[in-house]
Design a protein around this ligand. Structure first.
Ligand code: HEC
Length: 122
């Protein structure tokens, strides 16, 4: 009986350790995604795309667009996850036109503009 209960303890420890590893890995992943945009995207490219195109709506808050630098307006957007923001800005979302209304922008250019705005607004 003693050996059975100690093997249960070992099993439980392994399960707990695995859970700890998984949750800390997830935390690291989320942290990495949120805080290292500059290492994953060309934010200078994003800035120039923003200044050429997105600024028209995202500076004044035209049609309800979240304004650059206003963290409270961006927080619920950022909460959807970057992939959703990329998808919505490439495909369009309500009054937000696909690719900011410029079909010539590449995926990379649109994504870097989103990354720039998220980075400036979080
Ligand atoms: C014609 C005006 C306009 C232009 C130009 C524009 N946007 Fe938007 N954008 C909007 C509006 C309006 C919303 C809010 C849509 C809503 O939530 O209903 C929005 C929302 C967004 C969102 C949040 C989407 C979400 O899922 O919450 C992102 C990201 C975004 N725009 C990126 C861009 C980028 C990148 C550009 C430039 C390439 C750009 N926008 C240009 C009007 C514009």
């Amino acid at each position: 009986m003693i050996s059975l209960s100690s093997s249960k303890t070992i099993l439980l420890s392994i399960v707990l350790l695995a859970l700890l590893l998984i949750t800390s890995g997830l935390g690291y992943y989320l942290f990495f995604n949120q805080n290292n945009l500059a290492t994953q995207f060309d934010l200078n490219l994003g800035k120039s795309i923003y200044n050429n195109r997105c600024i028209a709506c995202h500076l004044p808050g035209q049609l309800g667009a979240p304004r650059l630098g206003h963290a409270e307006e961006w927080a619920p957007r950022i909460g959807k996850g970057l992939d959703t923001l990329f998808h919505n800005s490439l495909q369009g979302f309500n009054a937000m036109p696909a690719r900011g209304g410029d079909a010539h922008l590449s995926d990379e250019e649109v994504k870097s503009a989103v990354a720039f705005m998220v980075n400036e607004s979080s």
